[in-house]
Write a protein that binds this ligand. Structure first.
Ligand code: ADP
Ligand code: MG
Length: 264
């Protein structure tokens, strides 16, 4: 059975795209067949996996508007994940979709023929709660919320959780909120931990293990067109490998390992 995971937070810069690419590559490392979907018109996921959005003929835009089958737009990457790429055209998809019936279901419908081809599909949502993110949440079985552990990280979390609840009520009753994933985590200070326990208490949100440490390797990787997993051994790559194992075990039936900010 294919697992479809959405990675969402309307705040930019919280490591959504990094998480989709690195987790995808880590799941490939576990022997899975993985498809990642770029739902951000900026095309950062596409770019970070080594493809220039400006040079692509086909993208998720034509797929969402129904002009192209998803498999026609999927391309390979060096990390071994298959990619449904985005180009700036996607910025216009929002307006086009708004005029259509069932606009939240365009991605779900497009991915349906691919479900047998992959073990896991991971969707990189854009930094907004608009129709593209609603498509991501409607197509997914579960959602993961990357949370940068800094002051004001909680701003917007309430709104995101309300959106998840509305999606559960209206377009996707089976959607499971897995929890928050701490990103850009600095274990040396108590600040990251304080922020995390505040947010998880305030919203009663499980915190997934392990937290992803802040390391300069991520910026280097983005520039290289491959994920941190492709480079030298580093703690960021290891954290995503551990997260991949945690999720893979969970999808095979075990309990999700969580991180308790108070005691670490
Ligand atoms: P989003 O998709 O939520 O906007 P990105 O994944 O694009 O966020 O990450 C924003 C920036 O933070 C990027 O420059 C990325 O390289 C950097 N980044 C992501 N994760 C880490 C990390 N663990 N340590 C250091 N930098 C990171
Ligand atoms: Mg992004």
């Amino acid at each position: 059975m294919t697992t479809v995971l959405a990675v969402a937070n309307q705040k930019g810069g919280v490591a959504k795209t990094t998480t989709v690419a690195s987790l995808g590559a880590a799941l490939v490392g576990l022997g899975q067949k993985v498809l990642v979907v770029d739902l951000d018109p900026q095309g950062c996921l596409t770019f970070s996996l080594g493809h220039n959005p400006d040079r692509l003929d086909a993208s998720v835009h034509e797929v969402l508007t129904g002009d192209l089958a998803a498999q026609e737009a999927v391309i390979d990457t060096e990390d071994g994940v298959a990619l449904l790429p985005a180009t700036i055209d996607l910025a216009g998809a929002e307006a086009l979709l708004l005029m259509r019936p069932g606009r939240e279901f365009a991605l779900k419908r497009a991915l349906a023929p691919l479900l047998d081809d992959y073990d896991t599909i991971i969707i990189d949502c854009p930094p907004s709660l608009g129709v593209l993110t609603l498509n991501g949440l409607t197509a997914a079985q579960s959602v993961l919320v990357p949370l940068q552990c800094e002051t004001l990280a909680h701003r917007g979390v309430g709104q995101l959780l309300r959106t998840v609840t509305e999606v559960q009520q209206i377009t996707n009753p089976d959607l499971v909120l897995l929890g928050a994933l701490p990103t850009l985590y600095d274990a040396r200070t108590t600040h990251s931990r304080d922020v995390l326990s505040d947010v998880s208490d305030r919203y009663n949100l499980p915190v997934l293990a392990p937290p992803i440490p802040r390391t300069v390797r991520f910026a280097e990787a983005t520039a290289s067109g491959a994920t941190v997993l492709a480079g030298r051994k580093n703690k960021g790559a290891q954290a995503y490998r551990d997260l991949a194992e945690n999720l893979a075990k969970h999808w095979a039936g075990s309990e999700l390992a969580t991180f308790s900010p108070g005691s670490a």
